[in-house]
Structure formats: structure tokens, C-alpha cells
Design a protein. Structure first.
Length: 432
């Protein structure tokens, strides 16, 4: 880092002073005697004003040659300017060109999604994409802060695994020398082992699902946050989740007002996101869906239109609890009063963003776990270690997984998850 340089973010504390900033030209216009440079440096945007009568011929010419995305060091005096978005302008005194960029492919005109995705490495520089990445970084900061403040240890589960966690249909297969291996779908099973060692733990890492679904909610590679807690039951699990998600949303509101404005996000939809969140059972959700004309029967899983219908009925995220065991994961604990349903919950985000969290209390009885292995045709041999957790000091425990990208999509108000991650891995897209 060049410690001599200033940043656009900090100009507010340099009003009236001279600064020197490393930056790029985002855009430019000229009125003959004045050139207006839209400059960006990653920390923000500022307008640089070059007045012909106030600079040398050489500086004027250097500014005139600047093209979109040219890189430079700009020097100038910071001036308060109520009309500009940042509240400040730069009265340019010097321009040192680093490189003149030629034919930058992303022009101010409209481009199609495929073109933008092919140029994702450059598209990230746009004000909108930058705002999304800044919000994503703030969400990550809020997540770490929440767990640090609540006594959780960060534990890293493996990426290469010998077995599945969330069903065998969407596993990414690879060779592990002579053995078969899969990219992890979820760190949960390992986090259960960690919870028995450390009490309250969470993981934060990439997960992979070879899902042949091309929807606005699915990525092939996405990041998941997976807390796991010993001696915590289903009800207590929900309380942690609603406090967690409220903290994330309020933290973004507090720290990213400019970015949310750039994104045109209606923040009145985010402000009410405070615990507690409403809870309905799967039975109740089925009733509400039928009432609204959906053709769905008890025992069927929800699709996007069902989740959207339920979400529409609330202005906060809503928990749908007690799903049928028949289509949920093998490790979920049956409700002791009604074993055909499990002690689980999905958290459905408002405004049609769908499921952002899946969680449950876990089976803690070794015999029941073995039965489930059989029912789900999971080779017990591969899960021997997982069974050990139930054999040596089993305890009630619960956890959940938050999908980072769906959370970013919701908080930013985006159409599609492809914009929520720097380099999305999508069905049939591995470049760049
Ligand atoms: O509901 P899921 O499959 O739950 C699990 O993996 C559990 N093992 C988590 C746990 O209890 N530790 O996935 C959790 C969340 C979903 O709610 C969703 O937000 C996100 O991960 N997710 C995806 N996000 C983007 N693209 C995909 N293909 C996703 N699949 C799941
Ligand atoms: Mg789920």
C-alpha cells in the first residue's frame, strides 16, 4: 500500500486540503473550458474538476486524453459541494497518467447479461456491482461479529469428503487417488463432531451442489455459514436464527446506507427486520397454500411459488417448521409427539427471495440413526465416525445453514443470485 496516497472515502476529513489519490476514470464530460472526471478508487466515487484557466497546458492535455478506465494519480484540493453524491468535489491540480485504457468493452450503453457475465472481471468495477460486493463484505463482518459476541468458535470442516450430507443426487464427484471423493455439500456432519468438542461452533466456507437447476436462486458453488450447538433444542435453535438474521440486516442498514441507495433498495422493507420472526408449521403452510388456490397435498415439498406465496403473507422472514420426515434429510430428529414430522425449520425471506436458512434438531439416538442410514441407503461404513458421536456421550443438539448469496440477494434487492458473488459458478458457466 502506498501510505502517501489518500482515498476517496477519507476526503470528507480533508476539506480545503490538498490530496493525491490513485484512481480510475469511470466517466468523463467536458464543457470546453472545464473537464469533469468521474473518478473511482474502490473506496468511493468523486468528481474531479479540471479548469483550463487554473492548470498548466500539460495537465489540461493529460486530462483531455483520459479514457474510460484509464488509471492515474490525481492531485487536487478537496471542496465541499452539496450537489454531489459524496458531498465533495476535487479541484484538480495535477494528473499523472499510469495507463490510458483503450476500447474498454463495458460502455455506458446497455449490455446483455451474457456479455456482462463474460466480462465479470471488469463488470465488478461498476458502481452497482461494487455496492453489492461492499454489502456482501459487511454481511460477512456482521456474521463473524455475531458469533464472536455469542461465544461460538470458528471451525473449518473439510472440502473433500467421502460421503454425502444433503442427498446423493447433486454430488460433485472427483477422484481422491484410488478412492472416490466429493466436494462438500455442507459441513454440518463435521460441525456436529466439532460441537461435541467445543460446544458452540460455526463454519464459514464454500459448498458445492451439482444441481441441474437454472433458477435465480441456485448457484453451483455457494458459501454457507453453519452453526452447530450442543444442548440446544429446536425452539432455542429458532431463537438464535432470528437474532442472527436481525443482526445482519440491521448491521447493513447502519454501515451501508450509500450502497443501498446506489442499489435503489427500498430500506423501509428492511427496517422492520427485528426478532422475533413469525413461525408456522408445515401443516399450516399447506392450509394457507390451498386457501390461495395452490394445488399441493400434504407430503409434497415446496417449490419457489409456494415459498413466495407464504412469504407474501408476512413482512419479516417466516419460519416453516415440522416438515414431513419423508422428504427431509436423514439426520433430522422426529417430533416425539408426531414422528411423521421432524424438528426442523426453513427460514423464508420476504419479497420472494425464498429459503435462506435450513436447520434442525439432530437425531441423537444411535439406534434411530442406524435405521435412517438403512432407509436412505447410506453405507453405514462411511458414517461410522458420525455414529460414534451418538455412541460416546450423545446430547441433544441443533444447528442450521445460512446461504450467503441468497441473503445478499435479499438484502440488496437483486433479481438473481449471479450478482451476489464475485465469480459465480452457474450451470454451464465456469468462465471467467
Ligand atoms: O437447506 P440446505 O440444503 O441445508 C443444509 O445444507 C444443512 N446441512 C445446513 C445445516 O443445518 N447445517 O442449505 C442451507 C441453505 C439454504 O437455505 C440456502 O440458503 C442455501 O443454503 N443453498 C443454496 N444457495 C445457493 N445455491 C444453491 N444451490 C443452494 N442450495 C442451498
Ligand atoms: Mg433446505
Amino acid at each position: 500500500m502506498n501510505m502517501e496516497l489518500n482515498t476517496i472515502r477519507e476526503v470528507s476529513s480533508h476539506a480545503g486540503e490538498a490530496v493525491r489519490i490513485g484512481c480510475w476514470v469511470h466517466g468523463k464530460r467536458s464543457s470546453g473550458k472545464i473537464q469533469f472526471l468521474q473518478l473511482r478508487d474502490g473506496t468511493g466515487f468523486i468528481q474531479g474538476v479540471v479548469v483550463k484557466s487554473e492548470v498548466s497546458e500539460q495537465v489540461w492535455e493529460a486530462a483531455a486524453k483520459l479514457t474510460q478506465e484509464s488509471s492515474l494519480y490525481v492531485s487536487g484540493t478537496v471542496r465541499e459541494d452539496a450537489r454531489s453524491q459524496s458531498g465533495f468535489e476535487l479541484n484538480v491540480t495535477d494528473v499523472e497518467v499510469i495507463q490510458l485504457a483503450v476500447d474498454y468493452p463495458i460502455t455506458p450503453k446497455e449490455h446483455g447479461v451474457d456479455f456482462l457475465m463474460d466480462h465479470r472481471h471488469l463488470w465488478l468495477r461498476s458502481p452497482r456491482q461494487r455496492a453489492i460486493m461492499v454489502v456482501r463484505a459487511q454481511i460477512i463482518r456482521a456474521i463473524q461479529q455475531f458469533f464472536d459476541d455469542n461465544g461460538f468458535y470458528l471451525v473449518d470442516p473439510p472440502i473433500l469428503t467421502p460421503s454425502s450430507c444433503e442427498g446423493t443426487t447433486n454430488l460433485f464427484h472427483t477422484k481422491y487417488f484410488d478412492e472416490d471423493a466429493y466436494l462438500t455439500q455442507s459441513g454440518q456432519l463435521y460441525m456436529e463432531a466439532a460441537a461435541m468438542a467445543l460446544g458452540k461452533v460455526y463454519s464459514f466456507g464454500p459448498t458445492f451442489r451439482a444441481e441441474k437447476s437454472k433458477t435465480r436462486r441456485h448457484l453451483i458453488e455457494f458459501w454457507m455459514i453453519e452453526p452447530e450447538m450442543a444442548f440446544v433444542d429446536h425452539e432455542q435453535n429458532l431463537i438464535v436464527q432470528e437474532r442472527f438474521v436481525s443482526h445482519i440486516v440491521q448491521s447493513v442498514l447502519a454501515h451501508c446506507p450509500k450502497e443501498l441507495e446506489t442499489l435503489g433498495r427500498d430500506i423501509s422493507k428492511l427496517e422492520p427486520i427485528q426478532a422475533p420472526f413469525p413461525r408456522i408449521t408445515y401443516d399450516e403452510a399447506i392450509r394457507r397454500l390451498k386457501e390461495n388456490g395452490h394445488e399441493i397435498e400434504w407430503g409434497e415439498d415446496f417449490g419457489a411459488p409456494h415459498e413466495t406465496e407464504i412469504a407474501k403473507q408476512f413482512d419479516k422472514p417466516v419460519f416453516i417448521t415440522h416438515y414431513p420426515a419423508s422428504f427431509k434429510a436423514f439426520y433430522m430428529k422426529p417430533d416425539p409427539t408426531r414422528p411423521e414430522v421432524v424438528l426442523c425449520a426453513d427460514m423464508i425471506a420476504p419479497e420472494g427471495y425464498g429459503e435462506i436458512i435450513g436447520g434442525s434438531q439432530r437425531i441423537d439416538d444411535p439406534e434411530l440413526m442406524r435405521e435412517r442410514f438403512k432407509e436412505h441407503e447410506l453405507a453405514e461404513d462411511a458414517y461410522r465416525w458420525y455414529l460414534d458421536l451418538r455412541k460416546y456421550g450423545t446430547v441433544p443438539h441443533s444447528g442450521f445453514g445460512l446461504g450467503l448469496e441468497r441473503t445478499v440477494a435479499w438484502i440488496c434487492g437483486l433479481e438473481h443470485v449471479r450478482e451476489t458473488i464475485p465469480f459465480p459458478r452457474l450451470l454451464y458457466r465456469l468462465y471467467p
